[in-house]
Design a protein around this ligand. Structure first.
Ligand code: F6P
Length: 325
């Protein structure tokens, strides 16, 4: 494909997600493929404002495909949200002669990208967040690895909970979304899963589930709580006062964001990075890459951000059936 685009930038912003490195590698290598120069912008939008750049070539992205985190570092930038910060970022883009930027991150990252685009900088977003909460795409980079990490941790917890015949309350990440909790809850055979989208009634959605499990012969119980639904510590206390169990509470926290990306995350990241560069060389701007029904496409960022993602209804129905919730 012939392209007039000579130089683009790539940055990662917001919370990191396993597979971000694979996306960076894909952007850099696809740029090489099209004869486009690629500049790495370090530390997200803060780095853009500061002109914190690094030249990228094929060698600079060797051996990162299988590494968690992001080699470009990441940040959440308050300064970029101010008119002055945005102005500085735009002048740096013009100074560097950047004809496009691939921004890898979540919804906050895309809101920033939209502002750049309004100021004449071509931008394409690649969705990467363990929360999988971007409405326009079926998948965000990092979700699969984070799910597997949580499942592995909960399987270990189950061994000891089973031996002691205890109740475990595990808090998983997801910010305001319950996609991670639902998926992980299904994978570990949770007794109950609390998700912000569904809300919950403690007696019906926790006590009743534990009671049903006990009546069916279980003597250990696994309650998965999305961080956006409730505090696992509070749920543990409530279980203790309601039915006298002595739960152990585990907050998985940032462990879910680290580690070697799964095959799925590497492949999705590579495909999304490739499509992002293709969109820029085709002269597109203000787009976000979306995985939909197995294919990659791109849509307007504002439109993408306006789309809400509800919980997967088939997964939720299966969970209801198997937990009796
Ligand atoms: O958006 C990704 C995420 O890991 C959320 O699940 C979580 O609520 C948040 O980031 C944590 O952010 P921080 O790294 O700033 O503590």
């Amino acid at each position: 494909m012939e392209t007039k685009v000579k130089r683009i930038g790539v940055l990662t912003s917001g919370g990191d997600a396993p597979g971000m490195n694979a996306a960076i590698r894909s952007v850099v290598r696809t740029c090489q493929f099209y004869g486009v120069e690629c500049i790495g912008i370090r530390r997200g939008y803060n780095g853009l404002i500061a002109g914190d750049i690094v030249k990228m070539d094929s060698d600079s992205v060797s051996h990162i495909l299988n590494r968690g985190g992001t080699m470009l570092y990441t940040a959440r930038s308050d300064e970029f949200r101010t008119p002055e910060g945005l102005k500085k970022a735009v002048s740096i883009c013009n100074l560097l002669g950047l004809e496009g930027i691939v921004t890898i991150g979540g919804d906050g990252t895309f809101r920033g990208a939209m502002e750049l685009s309004k100021n004449g900088i071509s931008v394409v977003g690649v969705p990467a967040t363990i929360d999988n909460d971007i409405g326009c795409t079926d998948y965000t980079i990092g979700f699969d690895t984070a799910s597997n990490t949580a499942v592995d941790a909960i399987d270990r917890l189950r061994d000891t909970m089973q031996s002691h015949e205890r109740c475990s309350v595990v808090e998983v990440m997801g910010r305001n979304a319950g996609h991670l909790a639902l998926y992980v809850g299904l994978a570990v055979g949770a007794t109950a899963v609390l998700m912000p989208e569904k809300g919950f009634d403690f007696d019906r959605d926790v006590v009743e589930c534990i009671r049903n499990a006990r009546l069916s012969g279980k003597t250990h119980f696994m309650i998965v709580v999305a961080e956006g639904a409730a505090s696992a510590i509070e749920i543990g206390k409530q279980i203790h006062s309601a039915i006298g169990l002595d739960p152990r509470v585990t907050i998985l926290g940032h462990i879910q964001r680290g580690g070697t990306p799964s095959a799925r995350d590497r492949v999705m990241a590579t495909r999304m990075g490739f499509h992002a560069v293709e969109a820029l060389v085709q002269g597109k701007t203000n787009r976000v890459i979306c995985a939909r029904n197995g294919a990659m496409t791109d849509i307007d960022i504002a439109e993408g951000l306006s789309m809400r993602k509800s919980l997967n209804t088939q997964q939720a129905a299966a969970l209801n059936a198997v937990t009796g919730a």
